[in-house]
Ligand binder design. Structure first.
Ligand code: ARG
Ligand code: ZN
Length: 411
């Protein structure tokens, strides 16, 4: 009986997984005019803009459904827009990933970065560290997600009684960007479990790290739809769930690059801070804002290191400091084997998008140094195979070291 139930549930779970069979990712290097034409498709069903730099000469990656493909290819031909095929069939990679996830042993065991961890495994790892490293680690629940998952911040502090400067880090605000939570976990792992090499980073600075800022979406991207981006909050009416948590912060909300359409991938929410996950982090940040000197939020992909503003093309008055530090971070990760990042304000390097967490932390909470890191620039996009996790996070950790050292030396 129980077996049958399990089989039925399993069947339902498999049957409800969204299929990306026949979906292709096309990469463009458009001229200004071509970009204008292509942008018309950005909110159409069957089109998903994976990466959308505004700077000409940058790559524009669009995933297209098999239903839209014939028409779209004709359109491209008619307008003489050339492209390369980045991915012939997105589902092929997803299938390989599911297999790998299932074949690789799960936690509990020593953390190894050879697979992507589920939210419960991530929280279990934090618990384990809190038990083992009692004088360095404490956990704080900052609240529950919409679907009632526990959002846990790990506080790494070697002393100072709450007087030291704070580095605040999060990942996973966008569900499908799996390398982002992995990056935060690696930072935690290195700061806590490899103190021989990294003790200097924690001897005068406190690190507060939230591995997954959108746990419901993150889990949904594991179980149902690999390319889910938004939160999972239910609308008052209609069938489109969730909001883009990086359009939902209360700073120039909805002014630019955000949508009031519930079904849009960049839906800003019904009002600023409609999303409880963002409210949870907002309240935590408020409690520590005077000590917080650096905010770092991880996304993927494209190798961008961005600083405010994202709501306007105007530069913040201290942009030179932000730019210089970003360049030093980049040099360190390049020296560790990474490929170079594009550096600048979100608006000028990528596109204008108001309501982002980076803008909010600087603009409202007064965190001087605020950055969005878009990790990796492979042809895999969001579908980064697990074998890339370790090299990616190792390389960028050398950049994180520069960030931490800067805070230690300057505050
Ligand atoms: N790819 C990120 C997003 O679309 C970039 C965010 C940059 N920050 C900003 N405030 N626009 O959310
Ligand atoms: Zn993102």
């Amino acid at each position: 009986m129980r077996l049958i139930l399990v089989a039925v549930l399993l069947g339902v779970a498999l049957a409800t997984r969204v299929s990306y069979e026949g979906y292709k990712v096309l990469r463009f290097n458009p001229t200004g005019d071509q970009l204008k034409l292509l942008k018309h498709f950005s909110n159409s069903p069957g089109f998903d803009f994976w990466n959308e730099p505004r700077r000409y000469g940058g790559n524009l990656d669009i995933m297209v459904s098999p239903a839209q493909l014939p028409f779209f290819l004709t359109y491209l031909k008619q307008n003489s827009i050339s492209f390369t095929v980045l991915n012939e069939n997105v589902q092929t990679l997803i299938d390989a990933e599911i297999k790998h996830q299932e074949a690789t042993p799960k936690a509990p065991r020593a953390i190894s970065f050879d697979r992507y961890y589920r939210h419960s495994e991530i929280n279990a790892y934090l618990e384990e560290l809190a038990e083992k490293f009692r004088d360095l680690v404490t956990l704080e629940s900052i609240g529950r997600s919409y679907e009632d998952r526990d959002m846990v911040v790990i506080k790494i502090s070697s002393g100072g009684n709450g007087t030291r400067p704070v580095v605040l880090v999060d990942g996973g605000i966008h569900a499908r960007e799996w390398i982002a939570p992995a990056m935060t976990l690696y930072i935690i792992n290195q700061l806590v479990e490899n103190s021989t090499a990294n003790g200097a980073l924690t001897d005068a600075v406190d690190w507060y790290i939230l591995p997954v800022l959108n746990p419901d979406g993150y889990e949904f991207s594991h179980t149902n739809d690999r390319l889910w981006r938004k939160s999972r909050s239910r609308p008052a009416s209609g069938s489109c769930y969730g909001a883009d948590q990086n359009r939902n912060w209360d700073f120039h909300w909805m002014e630019n690059g955000a949508s009031n359409q519930r079904c849009s991938e960049i839906y800003a929410g019904s009002e600023p801070f409609s999303e409880v996950e963002n409210r949870n982090l907002r309240d935590f940040a408020e409690a520590h804002k005077n000590r917080t000197k650096l905010y770092l939020t991880f996304h993927s992909y494209g190798n961008y290191l961005l600083y405010p503003w994202g709501y306007t093309s105007d530069l913040p008055s201290d942009w030179r400091t932000l730019q210089d530090l970003a360049e030093r971070v980049d040099r360190a990760q390049v020296a560790a084997g990474g490929s170079p990042f594009d550096i600048g304000t979100s608006t000028n390097v990528l596109y204008a998008a108001a309501g982002g967490s980076d803008d909010y932390m600087k603009g409202v909470k007064g965190v001087a140094l605020s950055y969005t890191a878009e990790l990796t620039d492979t042809a895999y996009g969001f579908e980064l195979p697990a074998s890339y996790i370790l090299p990616t996070v190792r390389q960028f950790f050398e950049g994180v070291r520069v960030f931490g050292t800067y805070v230690k030396d300057n505050f």
